[in-house]
Design a protein around this ligand. Structure first.
Ligand SMILES: [Zn+2]
Length: 423
């Protein structure tokens, strides 16, 4: 039998796996394929599917089990540094959390019903269900014995792999299913013929504790024996791409984790106001200043506002109060140049940040107010300046919900870190 190319892999999500995460996962797969000039074998679906209610049971995690999960995590060398506070915080979070659970058969039946509903799926294609619903054996993923229907559990990665972006372990499980579907044996036989019961850092390592997945991800490797089997059934272009996926997942994960550890100091900041300027200085990072970049006066005004006033800013003009506009205008007048310094001009400019570009009814057109992109840009500037996850959480602009259910931009940093100084 000659090695073949991999058939299409159809990725379906159930409603509990968020669309943003699904889109991010898919674009990761696409990026890696494009970068490596490889085949795009993933197929995406707009609509989410539902796990039939009568096939699902619910359960609540009690404190005993929450502790057990976290103990597993803590014995792993990668996570042994977790502080007691964080450890307790996780236990609190997990205790009382509600989960749905279904049988493997339910998952495979779902995959089969997706085949029936979508005529573009060929018999030889692989259908994978991405779902937050637990499965009875508590596995992260599995194929059925035809190797054509599979599922990946998309929930709880934040417990088992603290600090990982869960998309990468999910991507890892998807690639694992594809590899295991092409090693010349059924999923049940796989366990006897290939699975390593003692971890060797291969994609076929059996992980008794879910936390152990981190060892596989960190090596991003496949052993000689498993590779030999894969090469028998898959052509070398596709084998190469599968290995590149493992490699990228490894790189991305390690980078995320290293990034968190770069810096964990929260700095005091000075908001230095001079007659025609405002500067934001991180005292404890050697007086490093935020560089708002060319033409960044609007960004500067918005960020200064969010640091000084704790009522936040709305996402749309309808919710912007006169008081907020007045304060914003005063800040902006200080940093603006030329005519923009005039009160009327400054006020119009600030107001304009929150207005939807109206009159444009094309559904494809971008209808977001300017403030959306101002915030995105500010967050990337902040990320470049403060580095490290702990401080970033404090300084970046978050979208929060207020009591009336409206959206607000806010900065989490507590006011004791903020000093306003005048030069
Ligand atoms: Zn192996």
């Amino acid at each position: 039998m000659n090695p073949k190319s991999i058939n299409k892999v159809h990725l379906f999500r159930t409603k509990d796996f968020k669309k943003e995460d699904y889109n991010f996962l898919f674009s990761f797969f696409e990026d890696v394929a494009t970068k490596n000039e490889g085949e795009h074998f993933f197929v995406k679906y707009e609509e989410a599917i539902t796990v039939p209610k009568d096939t699902v049971k619910s359960y609540i995690t009690d404190m005993f089990n929450a502790k057990k999960i976290m103990q597993d995590v803590r014995v792993s060398p990668q996570f042994s540094g977790i502080s007691d506070d964080v450890y307790q915080e996780y236990i609190q979070k997990i205790t009382g959390s509600k989960h749905d659970i279904a049988s493997w058969e339910t998952m495979f039946d779902l995959a089969k019903s997706c085949r029936k509903k979508n005529k573009n799926i060929n018999t030889e294609d692989h259908v994978i269900i991405l779902t937050n619903t637990d499965n009875e054996r508590n596995w992260f993923s599995a194929n059925d014995d035809t190797n054509k229907n599979g599922f990946v559990h998309t929930d709880q990665w934040d417990y088992y792999l603290p600090g990982y972006n869960k998309i990468y372990p999910i991507a890892y499980e998807v690639i694992g299913l594809i590899i295991h579907a092409h090693m010349g044996c059924s999923y049940t036989e796989l366990e006897k013929r290939f699975v390593h019961h003692k971890s060797i850092g291969c994609v076929s390592d059996f992980c008794g504790s879910k936390t152990e997945v981190n060892i596989k991800i960190r090596t991003g490797d496949i052993c000689d024996n498993c590779l030999k089997a894969l090469k028998k059934y898959v052509n070398f272009d596709n084998v190469h791409l599968l290995l590149m996926y493992l490699n990228e997942i490894r790189e991305k994960t390690l980078w995320t984790i290293r990034y968190r550890k770069i810096n964990d100091t929260i700095s005091n900041i000075n908001i230095i106001q001079s007659p025609n300027n405002i500067e934001i200085e991180f005292i404890d990072y050697n007086n490093k200043k935020l560089d708002f970049q060319k033409g960044g006066n609007i960004r500067k005004a918005i960020y200064t506002y969010l640091l000084i006033y704790d009522d936040g800013l709305p996402t749309y003009a309808d919710n912007l109060t006169d008081e907020q506009l007045e304060r914003l205008t005063i800040i902006y007048q200080r940093v603006a140049k030329g005519n923009s310094k005039i009160k009327k001009e400054a006020e119009a400019r600030m107001f304009n940040q929150f207005v939807r570009p109206g009159g444009n009814l094309n559904s494809g057109a971008n209808n977001d107010p300017l403030i959306f992109s101002v915030v995105a840009k500010l967050n990337s500037i902040i990320e470049r300046t403060v580095k490290g996850e702990v401080p970033l959480k404090q300084y970046k602009i978050n979208l929060t919900t207020n009591n009336d259910g409206g959206n607000l931009y806010k900065v989490a940093l507590s006011e004791e870190y903020i000093n306003v100084v005048y030069h």
